[in-house]
Design a protein around this ligand. Structure first.
Ligand SMILES: [Fe+2]
Length: 214
């Protein structure tokens, strides 16, 4: 990954776009705006543990709060890109799962989804990116649990690319006591800290993904 990152940084430097963006980052609400320069600087999306609550064969749905659990509405969308950080990847499989507003997973376990009753399954789903590499899910904002900062789990795969399992975070928690207490996934790159905005009562965020070439 380091070689690819260096190459991307060289490309960014050649384009003359990296330096001004780096200077501007500290003034932005997010450390990483969804822009080509930012993706070039971050490199391929870093990996993080799936944790103990990953269930295989999650439902194919983009409205993942199928049980209508209480919470602040959330929309999280983005684009999956090739390793160049510019070319979209249509047909990529994007899967997310996260805790409910009280910090509990549904089911609160792992294994195949067939092990669980329909009513035990919520806040999990998978979709495919469209022709422009885009995806979007609707759900509710997850709560914190244990020593973890607020997060969403992701698993993204596409033919010809290295699958990535990762987590995204809330940029406003960066540098806080909550983050410092969380010893999981230290050093997550800027692009995995999402700046959610309130859009008519919905927390709306963008999470772009860059896949390494297989
Ligand atoms: Fe988790």
């Amino acid at each position: 990954m380091k070689t690819a990152r260096r190459r991307l940084l060289r490309q960014a430097g050649a384009l003359g776009v990296l330096a001004p963006v780096t200077q501007a980052w500290s003034q932005l609400p997010s450390a990483c705006a969804p822009a080509p320069q930012c993706r070039l600087a971050c490199g391929p999306t870093g990996s993080a543990t799936a944790g103990p609550f990953y269930v295989t064969n999650a439902p194919e749905t983009v409205d993942i709060n199928t049980a209508k659990a209480a919470g602040k509405p959330m929309r999280i969308g983005g684009t999956v890109y090739r390793e160049d950080g510019v070319t979209p990847v249509p047909g990529a499989r994007v899967e997310i799962w996260h805790a409910d507003a009280a910090g509990a997973y549904h089911p609160h376990g792992s294994g195949d989804i067939s092990r669980y009753r329909r009513g035990d399954i919520n806040l999990r789903g998978a979709t495919r990116t469209d022709v422009a590499g885009r995806f979007a899910f609707t759900s509710i904002v997850p709560g914190q649990y244990g020593s973890r900062r607020r997060h969403i789990h992701w698993r993204i795969s596409a033919p010809g690319h290295v699958p990535v399992t990762t987590q995204s975070y809330w940029v406003e928690e960066r540098g806080t006591a909550i983050e410092k207490a969380d010893r999981t996934d230290l050093g997550a790159e800027d692009c995995r800290w999402v700046a959610f905005k309130d859009e008519q009562g919905t927390a709306a965020g963008t999470f772009d993904v860059v896949l390494k070439t297989a």
